[in-house]
Design a protein around this ligand. Structure first.
Ligand code: SAH
Ligand code: SF4
Ligand code: F3S
Length: 459
C-alpha cells in the first residue's frame, strides 16, 4: 500500500520534470554507515524522479541534511549548516531543504528545528525515510512545511531504489536497530529495536551488486552478531556468513559491528573457513576497566574481552582488529583510565576510534553523578591517542616488504600519481600502479609503512 503510494508520487514528479531542465540534489550525511545507507536510498529515490546528484550545494534544488546525534559535536555541525542556508533560500525560494536522520528522532528536536529554521521545508526521521518522495511532492504542491516523525520502527521496506557512492564496494544492511542500551548511547532511542532482513533479501541484494560489477560487500548492523533472532526461520549470523560466502562473483565480504558479548566461536570459524570473508574484526571494547564496563551496561569484563582477542589471534593469526573506545565516562578514575591504556597496549589494535564521552539527553549516563571535567577528559584523550598510534604503527611495520592483495578503489586523494585501495585486512594502501587496475584486485609490494597507511608498488 505504502509502496504503491510512493510509486504514484514518483510518476507524478517525473511528469513535472518533463521540461528537460536539469534538477540537482545535494545530500550531506553525518554519522555512521546506517545514515550513509539511508542517504543512498534517498539518492536512489531522487534519481528515479529525474534529479541528478551534485557535490556543489549551491546549484541544488533539493538539499538534504541526514543528521547524527551520537555525540554533541555531530549535532553542532548540523545547526551551523542549517543557519547558513537561510540566505540561499532567500535568494532561491524554490529551493527545498530537508532535514532527516537520527537527530530528528529525539524528543523535541523536530519542533526546535522547525521553529529555529523556518526555511526548512521537510523534517522526517529514521523510520519513514522511504516516504521522502511523498513529502517532496506535498511541499511542491502545497508549499507548506512538512513534518512527520514516526516514534516506532515500521516493518522493513524492501525494494527501494538505491544510488551507491562507490562502484567497487557496496554496503548491505542486514539488520536495523539495537536492543543493547549501553548507558551512554542514544542509538537504541533513535533507531528502534533490532529487526533482521530475510536472508533471501540480503542474498538478492548481493547478487544484484555482483551483476553490477561490485567486488566487495560490507554487511552492516549495530550488532550483527544478534542477526536472525525473531525471523520466521531463525538463522544465526555465522550461518548467514556461510550462505553469503557461496554467492558467486563477490570477492570480499566484511561486516560490522560486532558486540563482544555476542560474537560466537562459529563466527570466528566462519572467517577462518570461508575464502571470501576478510580477516578483519571490529570489536568495540569501550573501556578496559571492569567497573566502567559494568556502568556502561556492556555485559562483559576485561578478562573475557582479552580471552576473546586471544581466540581470534589463534584462529586468525593475520587478522586486523579494530575498536571503539570512550574516555571520560562518568566516574572514570585515573585507575580506570590506566586499565584502558594497559588493555590498548596489550591488544595493539590496528585501528582504534577514540571518543570523548558526550552527554546524551535521556540516556542513563547523563543522569549519573561525577561527570568528568573537560580538562581531565582532554588530558586522558591525548594520552590514549599516543598509545593507540604506537600500536597502529607497530602493526603497520609488519607489512613492510610483504606483498598484499589490494582492491583498487581509485586515484589516491593525497597524491594523484598514485592509486589507492585496501588490503583484505582493511589497510589503506597508496601505491604506484596501472590506471586500468581501478576496480580490480592486484598485488602490491609494500615499500613503506606509515602510522595510518601503507605505501607500495604494483607487481
Ligand atoms: N553499534 C556500534 C557502534 C555505535 S556508535 C557498537 O556497539 O559498537 C559508534 C561509537 O560511538 C560507539 O562504539 C561508541 O564508542 C561511541 N559513542 C556512542 N555514544 C557515545 C557518547 N555518548 N559519547 C562518546 N562516544 C559515544
Ligand atoms: Fe549503542 Fe551499545 Fe547499541 Fe552499539 S550496542 S549502538 S554502543 S547501545
Ligand atoms: Fe549517528 Fe544514528 Fe549512526 S546517531 S552514529 S547516524 S545510528
Amino acid at each position: 500500500m505504502e509502496i504503491n503510494k510512493i510509486k504514484n508520487n514518483i510518476i507524478d514528479l517525473k511528469n513535472r520534470n518533463k521540461d528537460g531542465e536539469k534538477k540537482f540534489f545535494y545530500i550531506a550525511t553525518y554519522g555512521c554507515q546506517m545514515n550513509e545507507e539511508d542517504s543512498e536510498k534517498l539518492a536512489g529515490m531522487l534519481k528515479n524522479i529525474g534529479y541528478e546528484s551534485t557535490l556543489i550545494r549551491d546549484e541544488a534544488s533539493v538539499i538534504i541534511f541526514n543528521t547524527c546525534c551520537v555525540r554533541e559535536n555531530a549535532e553542532l555541525k548540523v545547526h551551523g549548516n542549517l543557519g547558513a542556508l537561510k540566505k540561499l533560500k532567500r535568494e532561491n525560494p524554490n529551493l527545498i531543504i530537508a532535514v532527516c536522520g537520527c537527530m530528528m528522532q529525539q524528543k523535541g528536536v523536530p519542533e526546535e528545528i522547525a521553529k529555529k529554521y523556518p526555511h526548512v521545508d521537510i523534517i522526517f526521521g529514521t523510520h519513514n525515510a522511504y516516504k521522502f518522495p511523498e513529502y517532496l511532492s506535498r511541499v511542491q504542491q502545497q508549499g507548506i512545511q512538512v513534518r512527520e516523525i514516526m516514534d516506532k520502527e515500521t516493518e522493513i521496506v524492501e525494494g527501494l531504489p538505491i544510488e551507491r557512492m562507490s562502484s567497487t564496494k557496496g554496503f548491505v544492511t542486514i539488520m536495523y536497530g539495537c536492543n543493547n542500551f549501553c548507558t551512554y548511547c542514544i542509538v537504541p532511542y533513535v533507531r528502534g529495536r533490532e529487526r533482521s532482513r530475510k536472508p533471501e533479501d540480503i542474498e538478492n541484494e548481493i547478487k544484484d551488486l555482483v551483476s553490477k560489477g561490485y567486488k566487495e560487500i560490507t554487511l552492516l548492523g549495530q550488532n550483527v552478531n544478534s542477526y536472525g533472532k525473531g525471523l520466521e526461520n531463525e538463522i544465526t549470523f555465522a550461518q548467514l556468513l556461510r550462505r553469503v560466502d557461496k554467492i558467486e562473483g563477490i570477492e570480499r565480504i566484511r561486516f560490522m559491528t560486532s558486540h563482544p558479548k555476542d560474537i560466537s566461536d562459529e563466527v570466528i570459524y566462519a572467517i577462518r573457513d570461508c575464502e571470501k570473508l576478510c580477516e578483519q574484526i571490529h570489536l568495540p571494547v569501550q573501556s578496559g576497566s571492569d567497573r566502567i564496563l559494568k556502568e556502561m551496561n556492556r555485559h562483559y569484563g576485561r578478562d573475557y574481552y582479552l580471552d576473546l582477542i586471544k581466540k581470534i589471534r589463534k584462529e586468525l593469526p593475520n587478522a586486523s582488529i579494530s575498536t571503539d573506545i570512550i574516555i571520560g565516562f562518568p566516574g572514570e578514575t585515573e585507575e580506570d583510565f590506566q586499565d584502558t591504556l594497559s588493555l590498548v597496549n596489550e591488544v595493539q589494535y590496528d585501528v582504534a576510534f577514540t571518543y570523548i564521552y558526550s552527554r546524551r539527553k535521556y540516556t542513563p549516563a547523563d543522569r549519573m553523578e561525577n561527570q568528568i571535567p573537560d580538562d581531565v577528559k582532554h588530558d586522558r584523550f591525548n594520552r590514549l591517542i599516543e598509545a593507540v598510534n604506537r600500536g597502529c604503527a607497530k602493526n603497520n611495520k609488519e607489512y613492510e616488504e610483504k606483498t598484499v592483495e589490494v582492491l583498487v578503489e581509485g586515484v589516491s586523494a593525497k597524491d594523484s600519481e598514485k592509486l589507492m585501495g585496501r588490503t583484505r585486512t582493511g589497510k589503506l594502501v597508496n601505491f604506484y600502479g596501472n590506471n586500468d587496475s581501478i576496480g580490480k584486485l592486484v598485488n602490491v609490494k609494500i615499500t613503506k609503512a606509515n602510522s595510518f597507511s601503507l605505501i607500495g608498488e604494483q607487481i
